[in-house]
Write a new protein. Structure first.
Length: 253
């Protein structure tokens, strides 16, 4: 029987063993023994599907531009001040990275350990400058993070849930297939939106496939692209000084 996920060992490289220990995954000598394999290739950590015609999944921030990000920036923009943004479902962190480059102070939250490892490896490799904003990656469950009593105020909360219904999605097919194998179906989007609306000082932005139903009624704004849209739920909360609320377990400093 194939292992679900494993890390491929490599001669003269201790990174695979360290990664396997950190993630609690088996370390294997042959990738054919596992359904999904984490492999340190020549261009960084990648997720492979041995025996299947799927391109390995790897995060490369140096290849992420701002093309096609106009609606994203319009939906998340907060006027006249630097904005602190929490991406609750970072995934491969493409949008979170774009937002950091655009000037947001971004906290990218990802609960799935393999996906988090791929993004973390990309952070270690990137040569891009992030002087416009900041980017902090955290490994945490979004619900637990939002439920923390001592979380610091967040201006914008961004949510890009996987859509479990009829296959409509903003992700390329290969990425979606591999991500679904790791995460399974997740229908927690509506719950996360409700929690986020209670926390965001300015707005909650939800990314949806263009024709997918809204996670909740009552969006105040909607910005549409060719394949996706951004539903915006404005907050009535007034500005709160950051100093009044301590950081949550050091994650959101």
């Amino acid at each position: 029987m194939l292992l679900p996920v494993a890390v491929l060992a490599a001669a003269d490289d201790d990174r695979p063993a360290l990664l396997a220990a950190r993630l609690g995954l088996p370390l294997v000598d042959r990738q054919e023994t596992t359904r999904l394999a984490l492999v340190y290739g020549p261009t960084g950590l990648e997720l492979r599907a041995p025996g299947r015609r799927l391109t390995p999944l790897r995060v490369d921030f140096d290849q992420i531009g701002m093309h096609g990000g106009n609606e994203l920036l319009r939906a998340t923009r907060v006027k006249n001040r630097p904005a602190r943004l929490l991406d609750l479902t970072a995934g491969l962190a493409t949008d979170a990275w774009r937002l950091a480059r655009a000037g947001f102070d971004v906290i990218a939250c990802e609960r799935q350990p393999v996906i988090h490892a791929l993004v973390d490896d990309a952070l270690q490799r990137t040569q891009q400058q992030r002087s416009a904003g900041s980017f902090t990656l955290v490994h945490a469950d979004a619900r637990a993070l939002l439920g923390a009593a001592d979380i610091r105020p967040i201006d914008v909360i961004y949510l890009d849930p996987m859509f479990p219904g009829d296959g409509r999605t903003a992700l390329p097919k290969r990425e979606l297939q591999l991500l679904r194998e790791l995460t399974g179906s997740d229908d927690s989007g509506a719950e996360l939106l409700a929690l986020a609306r209670a926390r965001a000082r300015r707005r909650v932005v939800v990314k949806r496939p263009l024709r997918a139903p809204a996670l909740a009624p009552g969006a105040d704004l909607c910005f549409k692209g060719r394949a996706v849209r951004f539903d915006v739920y404005l907050s009535d909360a007034g500005p709160l000084p950051d100093e009044t609320v301590p950081a949550a377990a050091g994650l959101l400093r």
